[in-house]
Design a protein around this ligand. Structure first.
Ligand code: ADP
Length: 228
């Protein structure tokens, strides 16, 4: 059976408009990603990496062109419909973790499952925290956790819908080498065990070299697209 594309981006451009100014940050970007691939997006600061990741994940809308996740075209969907597609297929982690400060580690992992009105939410959150090695920290608040521990909580949260595709924006950017290694292992384990596609924005060339494909952006254009 042919491998399906989980992500298909065709002729995507993005222009930010504010106070009468227009800034085009992505110009005519096209690429597809096969289910199960691991992709790094690299490039200088300001080259459009985070913007591109947000469009791919359906967090924002392209100014022109089309974005399809698992063959669902996002462009004509309402915000609620895009959120439903994200809930179904997408996990997302950020450089600054984006945990809710007033909730414990366990509660942070429970939130998206509760929003999806799933069953056995607490028990599944316990399992997910165990998977990332954080059972002992379940009742701690984010401020009581190290950066690496916070990122592991956000990974547990991102894994809660068994995403077909995980987007990560500089996931190890704020972490030391040893801690980064743990986070990378968790992401690549998910790829090996569950076939989850990884799309990772990173400045870390060593992390990029572990992926099956490196897309380099420069000034909003694809400068190179190399398969390992
Ligand atoms: P990178 O991730 O490669 O650093 P970004 O996608 O964050 O690049 O940003 C690309 C360009 O778009 C930058 O010049 C940035 O200032 C601009 N930009 C990003 N987000 C917005 C926004 N919401 N409104 C206006 N300009 C933005």
């Amino acid at each position: 059976m042919p491998i399906q594309n989980i992500l298909d981006i065709q002729n995507v451009s993005k222009t930010y408009k504010s106070a009468g100014n227009a800034l085009t940050v992505l110009s005519d970007i096209s690429f597809s990603v096969e289910q199960g691939a691991t992709v790094a997006i690299t490039g200088p600061s300001g080259s459009g990496k985070t913007t591109l990741l947000g469009l791919c994940a359906g967090l924002d809308r392209a100014s022109s062109g089309s974005v399809a996740l698992n063959n669902v075209k996002l462009d004509q969907l309402t915000e609620d419909e895009r959120a439903a597609v994200r809930n179904r297929y997408v996990g997302f982690i950020f450089q600054n973790f984006q945990l809710m400060p007033t909730l414990t580690a366990l509660e942070n992992v429970m939130v998206p499952m509760e929003l999806r009105r799933e069953k056995d939410v607490r028990a599944r959150a316990v399992e997910l925290l165990d998977k990332v090695g954080l059972s002992a920290r379940a009742n701690h608040y984010p401020i009581q956790l190290s950066g690496g521990e916070q990122q592991r909580v956000s990974l547990a949260r991102a894994f809660s819908n068994r995403p077909a595709i995980l987007f990560a924006d500089e996931p190890t950017g704020n972490l030391d080498g040893e801690t980064s290694e743990k986070i990378e292992k968790l992401m690549f384990d998910l790829n090996h065990e569950a076939g989850t596609t990884l799309v990772i924005v990173t400045h870390d060339l060593e992390l990029a070299s572990r992926t099956s494909r490196i897309i380099r952006l420069k000034s909003g254009l694809i400068q190179s697209d190399q398969h390992a």
